[in-house]
Design a protein around this ligand. Structure first.
Ligand code: 5GP
Length: 138
């Protein structure tokens, strides 16, 4: 497995070098909106410390991230009155990973509504509004 690249896009978001729509942070983790949302309220949770994915993360990183994943899954479910929540996580390119800093996707879901296709940029104002809805539900 390759070494962690400190110039990956989420490391740059953590350092504030590129903008993001943040919804929550604590000492160990950060949650922010996905710029290509596959569902309304699609957000990402990452550790603030470096690791590529679940395969090299420490138990402490995983514990911290999962606690935040649960907190944000509950908030996103409430914010969108969702029937359920899909949590996705990919490891290495062969596993579908594109950004090599550990992250979990949180996707509020409604019965019978499929996820939107990947790779389509969302509307910034809509994403910002959805972030406010999630923050209000925290
Ligand atoms: P994965 O590595 O889990 O396959 O996909 C990376 C995810 O990060 C995708 O859902 C993509 O939309 C999202 N993403 C890629 N670049 C950026 C970015 O610059 N900002 C944000 N907020 N999300 C991004």
């Amino acid at each position: 497995m390759s070494a962690y690249d400190p110039d990956n896009i989420f490391a740059k978001i953590l350092r504030g070098e590129i903008p993001s729509t943040r919804v929550y942070e604590d000492n160990e983790t950060l949650a922010f909106m996905d710029i290509m949302p596959r569902a309304d309220g699609h957000l990402l949770v990452i550790p603030k410390t470096p690791c590529r994915n679940v395969l090299d993360a420490t138990p402490e990183q995983l514990n911290a991230v999962m606690a935040t994943v649960q907190k944000l899954a509950l908030a996103a479910k409430r914010a969108f009155d969702a029937g359920g929540v899909t949590i996705q996580q990919f490891n290495e390119a062969a596993g579908g990973q594109e950004v090599f800093h550990l992250h979990f996707h949180i996707l509020p879901r409604h019965e019978g509504e499929p996820l939107r296709a990947p790779g389509k940029m969302g509307d910034f104002e809509v994403i910002a509004k959805h972030a406010e809805q999630i923050k209000a539900a925290l």
